[in-house]
Design a protein around this ligand. Structure first.
Ligand SMILES: Nc1ncnc2c1ncn2[C@@H]1O[C@H](COP(=O)(O)OP(=O)(O)OP(=O)(O)O)[C@@H](O)[C@H]1O
Length: 366
């Protein structure tokens, strides 16, 4: 689909699909078009081209937009938006006007149980914490059993710990209800905790739509690799023997035989691709240490001046400024060509790495 505001192309050639009951997440930097795409699916935004189908019914195309209230779509936004003058039970049953009062009561009871707030019927929104309000907002959106639930940064005003816990709870709830959902977030931990499928948008384009595992381990575009998880991209040149000269050493992989000698490429190095090893000849100096609970994340400068990241259990800390040995331990390679797109064929096998003369320690004088 394509969406423009005047001459500005905000969503460009985006195509994605969710199966019944799947949860999708759209990630991407601010202003990349995530909310605009969600608003189009909700029916608040016209398309310039393409189409949107919900349950095989075409609800939008370039000259038709089915009104939002006829789409059977539920929505949850960042700012909760509960009705302040209605109690919890009335907030939840608000969208169930066609149901009998007994059906409404049953559904309110069931949803309050499912969001972990049984007995909260008579409370008013101002008597609830932020996390409780967001659970009620979710229960309200789920009450009419929508065919599709859209969530726009639903947890962004909550603190990090609560956000992660709610993301897991909401996933369980959506799975129990069998609801198809699409979530917009900038928080990749939230996306990883919730999504069956996730995508990274950049300047209106959807660069990849895949499982969270594949986005992390098999990014198809350099910008996806950059956006998802920690890591650095190292530059290298393919030489005539089909190996890759890089700051970590000479990488050898069968797929390099398919790449013309002299081709400049970049490859992804995640913190877990390089492990501290005292006996390794590849050395570096620790420039920074970040505490991540179970692990420390270190920024290490190589003799070439290039910085890479590595992880180590936080109880075996190295201090900033110390010299450490590093051993590349790739499970597979992710290699990008000059156009930033991934080169195929590097996932199935680990490369071998031979140290370069420049990373060998200087001979000790006798
Ligand atoms: N009604 C509008 N008229 C003109 N431009 C708009 C309109 N709505 C959004 N835009 C522009 O479209 C672009 C994408 O906005 P959108 O809200 O979809 O981004 P986003 O990815 O959701 O960002 P964020 O993560 O900051 O919420 C932005 O440059 C924004 O200024």
């Amino acid at each position: 689909m394509h969406i423009s505001f005047g001459a500005q192309h905000i969503v460009r050639g985006v195509s994605l699909m969710l199966e019944q009951g799947e949860i999708g997440c759209l990630l991407g930097p601010s202003g990349c078009g995530k909310t605009t795409l969600l608003r189009a699916i909700a029916g608040f935004q016209n398309l310039q081209s393409g189409s949107i189908q919900i349950d095989s019914n075409e609800v939008s195309n370039n000259n038709y937009t089915l009104p939002a209230e006829k789409r059977g779509v539920g929505m949850v936004f960042q700012d909760f938006a509960l009705f302040p003058h209605l109690n919890v039970a009335d907030n939840i049953s608000f969208g169930m006007r066609k149901a009998s009062s007994q059906e409404r009561r049953q559904r309110v009871d069931e949803l309050l149980d499912r969001v972990g707030l049984p007995g909260y019927h008579k409370r008013f929104p101002h008597e609830l914490s932020g996390g409780q309000q967001q659970r009620i907002a979710l229960a309200r959106a789920l009450a009419p059993k929508p065919g599709l639930l859209l969530l726009d940064e639903p947890f962004s005003s909550l603190d990090a710990e609560l956000r992660e816990r709610l993301a897991v709870e909401v996933r369980e709830l959506l799975k129990k209800e069998g609801i198809t959902a699409l979530l917009v977030t900038h928080d990749q931990q939230e996306a990883f905790a919730m999504a069956d499928k996730a995508g990274v948008m950049y300047q209106g384009e959807l660069l990849q739509w895949d499982t969270p595992y594949q986005l992390y381990h098999q990014p198809r575009h350099q910008l996806v690799a950059d956006f998802i998880g920690h890591g650095v991209l190292l530059q290298g040149t393919v030489n005539t023997e089909g190996s890759l000269a890089s700051p970590l050493g000479m990488l050898e992989h069968p797929s390099l035989q398919q790449v013309a000698a002299g081709t400049p490429v970049s490859f992804l190095v995640r913190p877990d691709d390089v492990v501290p090893d005292d006996n390794s000849r590849l050395r570096g100096t620790i420039k920074a240490r970040g505490f991540r609970g179970a692990h420390n994340l270190y920024t290490v400068e190589l003799p070439s001046g290039i910085e890479i990241l590595t992880l180590s259990p936080s109880h075996e800390g190295f201090s900033v400024g110390s010299d450490i040995g590093l051993r590349p331990e790739f499970d597979h390679l992710v290699v990008f060509a000059a156009d930033h797109c991934e080169l195929p064929g590097f996932h199935d096998q680990a490369p071998t790495v031979q140290p370069l003369p420049s990373v060998l320690p200087k001979a000790k004088s006798a």
